[in-house]
Design a protein around this ligand. Structure first.
Ligand code: GUN
Length: 287
């Protein structure tokens, strides 16, 4: 069997067109502050793509590029300014941050109503309790891709490899909300292949090439490859190429999950503006 490739690029273009229409309809101005600390080249690329996508749909990107040596207090001060600025309806702090800065403290400093990444414990907790406000962009984009390709989730065995707060954990919660039997596997899982082989839907978000090979995949499974690794100058995912002959549906790298992450971020950014304009009720007032 040769897997059908799930075209995240095409679906993301459709979502952007939809978001652009929504931005026009709702008639509130939307500003996304993007905060990049330091010079990490991959992060700089991601920020540029996010800003371009914003412009395309009528969201104003508000660029904050800060010095690598910035202190934690310095970054907290920037975030407080953005929290208080009415022109800024969404705040995105690109991770990872330099080592002198405590990421958790920064994540908690972003006001939850502007937290378009869904990383604040308040928004992560809302997802945990089955009442999502902002769900993290990568898992949200993957859910949209699964819907587009009519992947059955109810009662399906879904295995997520990776337990990060950004992808693995929220992914499992979103799959669970659709009534999948969700399992999280990770670097300490014994006999990973036995666990993944059971999956009807397999999401791999580890950040290591060749984490999942054909022998670890059920014939006809849907395989979502979240990895973006550079190997000898080429981008590869976490799933090895031989999985193409085993999976039923498979996301390519690049062109699968990546564009959907940005599309989901745009949806969250519009949602943030609508919360702040009172068009949608944000269930919480504080932090
Ligand atoms: N770093 C890797 N993925 C993400 C993401 O989705 N959002 C932010 N802010 N940083 C990231």
């Amino acid at each position: 069997m040769t897997a059908v490739l799930m075209d995240g690029k095409a679906l993301a273009a459709k979502v952007r067109a939809e978001v652009a229409r929504e931005v026009e309809e709702i008639g509130v101005s939307i500003g996304l502050a993007t905060v990049l600390v330091g010079e990490d080249p991959a992060s700089a690329v991601y920020i540029r793509r996010k800003q371009e996508a914003c412009r395309e749909v009528g969201i104003e990107p508000i660029d904050h590029k800060l010095d690598e040596s910035l202190s934690e207090e310095g970054l907290l001060a920037v975030i407080e300014e953005l929290n208080a600025d009415d022109r800024v309806t969404g705040i995105l702090v690109q991770l990872p941050l330099p080592e002198q800065i405590d990421e958790d403290r920064i994540i908690r400093a972003v006001h939850p109503i502007k937290d378009v990444d869904g990383f604040h414990p308040t928004n992560a907790g809302q997802l945990f309790q089955g009442n999502p406000t902002f769900a993290a962009a990568t898992p949200s984009g993957i859910m949209e891709l699964l819907r587009e390709y009519d992947v059955a989730l109810k009662g399906a065995r879904a295995v997520v490899v990776g337990r990060s707060n950004i992808v693995g954990k929220p992914m499992a919660l979103l799959l669970l909300a659709e009534h999948a039997t969700a399992t999280i596997a990770h670097s300490r899982t014994q006999d990973l292949g036995a666990v993944t082989k059971d999956a009807d839907v397999l999401v791999v978000a580890v950040g290591r090439p060749e984490t999942v090979t054909a022998g670890m995949v059920k014939a006809g499974a849907t395989v979502i490859d979240v990895g973006i690794n550079r190997v000898n100058g080429t981008l590869v995912g976490d799933v090895s190429v031989d999985v193409r002959d085993q999976a039923g549906l498979l996301t390519p790298v690049p062109g699968g999950v990546g564009p959907m992450t940005i599309a989901a971020l745009l949806r969250n950014t519009v949602r943030a503006a609508r919360y702040q304009a009172g068009q949608l009720a944000f269930p919480l007032d504080g932090r």
